[in-house]
Design a protein around this ligand. Structure first.
Ligand code: MEV
Length: 431
């Protein structure tokens, strides 16, 4: 059994690598070599990566790709994506192209409100607490002035502070429910700093009037149901096969697929996973917090009491509409945006978007991805396109060299691809 290690974070990088190699590897030299292979030869750049987190041993690569031809609100975008799943970028590119001849994507912001809460316990008279809150409310703003000064100058800041009695949900439980406008910043540090000051103010002021308040914690919420963006595509229904329309049969199939995801949570989770293929890839490429986005989006998908589809579809007046509404709390300044060279580049490729523009772009990536998945699912099935994109992975796994890969890619152009079929074809080729 592995022995506990003391003071690991104080070890040098070399010592940490030695420790991992000695304890977990049959071949320590190979382990060390793998870890070093992924170091960046530019020491300054490597140091930036080392310092992102504690105990960094090496870098963990994901492919960084772009999906071109996205027309959003009449402007063309090439969207950077960081993801390992073989078919996602190709699917995004296909959906972008498909909709570029059908009016492109439209996107709009429905809200940008961020939320944070101070959670506390109070056993006394709720009316006295309310009176105290109303008296000291201006003090919360005054005590956070140094934190909010710059944000206010730019037009953001604290937008509301509310006392909420939650004792019906949990005995003695109250909260300060606070909202914020953080403009182009994701705002986590700003919000948490404000909240921690609110907690101090609340404790100080309640002590003065002998109210016994016990603050439990102060933290932002990743459930941002009023920081929401809508993205939409629409086009004429017609069987004339023109590049600006889609057939009634195809539109009906998409609508049925969405209806199934609304009715059936087992399907909704996978349906939304497809949406998140697009969303997460751009969130990651632009240095945003994909765990926060995932948590918030799935909570939103269950907001009506049942986990459901994030996308919607209908036909109205011979027009097909397909749209998404998602909460996306994003930043285009702060965080990794000025530190990680690829994040900087991703934002450059997107023409330095504001947070609102990035919300629109990312919602479009999610909608496009869902459309591409549904289009395959209701027509050819998902495996045809998926396995085509996965073929190079299978060939690499099977150890094919460049020449063999070329020949087998041609061989599988019109054939069904599977693990077994690839192994057999490679064997035949080598005979
Ligand atoms: C695979 O990563 C995503 C899909 O399963 C999404 C879907 O089923 O809608 C294809």
């Amino acid at each position: 059994m592995q022995k506990p290690v003391n003071g690991f974070s104080k070890f040098s990088k070399e010592e940490k690598i030695d420790w991992v190699a000695q304890n977990f590897s049959k071949n320590p030299q190979t382990t060390k070599k793998i870890l070093r292979t992924y170091w960046n030869s530019n020491e300054e750049l490597q140091k930036i990566h080392d310092e992102f987190i504690e105990n960094t041993l090496t870098n963990y690569y994901l492919p960084f790709a772009v999906a071109p031809n996205f027309m959003i609100n009449q402007q063309m975008y090439t969207i950077p994506m960081a993801i390992e799943e073989s078919s996602v970028v190709a699917a995004a590119g296909n959906a972008a192209k498909f909709w570029s001849t059908r009016g492109g994507f439209k996107a709009s912001i429905l809200g940008t409100e961020k939320i944070g809460q101070v959670h506390f316990m109070f056993k006394g008279d709720a009316n006295k607490l309310e009176t105290l809150f109303n008296t000291i409310k201006p003090q919360f703003f005054i005590d956070t002035e140094t934190i909010t000064k710059n944000m206010k100058k730019r037009g953001g800041g604290i937008t509301s502070i509310e006392l909420r009695n939650k004792t019906e949900e949990l005995q003695n439980y109250y909260q300060l429910h606070c909202t914020f406008e953080t403009l182009d910043a994701m705002g986590a540090n700003f919000i948490n700093s404000c909240l921690e000051q609110f907690a101090k103010t609340l404790e100080r002021e309640s002590e003065k009037v002998d109210l016994d308040i016990e603050v439990v914690m102060s933290i932002l919420s990743n459930y941002v149901q009023n920081c929401v963006v809508k993205a939409e595509v629409s086009c004429r229904i017609s069987d004339d096969k023109s590049p600006s329309s889609i057939s009634k049969n195809f539109a009906d199939k998409i609508i049925q697929a969405v209806a199934i995801a609304k009715a059936e949570p087992y399907r909704a989770v996978t349906h939304n996973k497809g949406v998140m293929n697009g969303i997460d890839a751009v969130v990651l490429a632009t240095g945003n917090d994909f765990r926060a986005i995932e948590a918030g989006v799935h909570a939103y998908a269950a907001k009506d009491g049942k986990y459901s589809s994030l996308t919607h579809a209908k036909i109205e007046n011979d027009t097909f509409y397909f749209w998404i509404e998602v909460p996306l709390a994003l930043g285009t300044v702060g965080g990794l945006t000025s530190l990680h060279p690829l994040v900087k580049l991703a934002l450059e490729i997107l023409q330095q978007p504001t947070a609102k523009e990035l919300m629109q772009i990312i919602a479009v990536a999610g909608l496009a991805q869902n459309f591409a998945a549904l289009r395959s699912l209701v027509t050819t099935g998902i495996q045809k396109g998926h396995m085509k994109m996965h073929l190079l992975n299978l060939l690499n796994q099977a150890g094919a060299d460049e020449q063999e890969k070329k020949q087998l890619v041609a061989h599988f152009k019109d054939r069904e691809i599977s693990n077994a079929a690839v192994a057999e074809a490679l064997q035949n080729l080598r005979k």
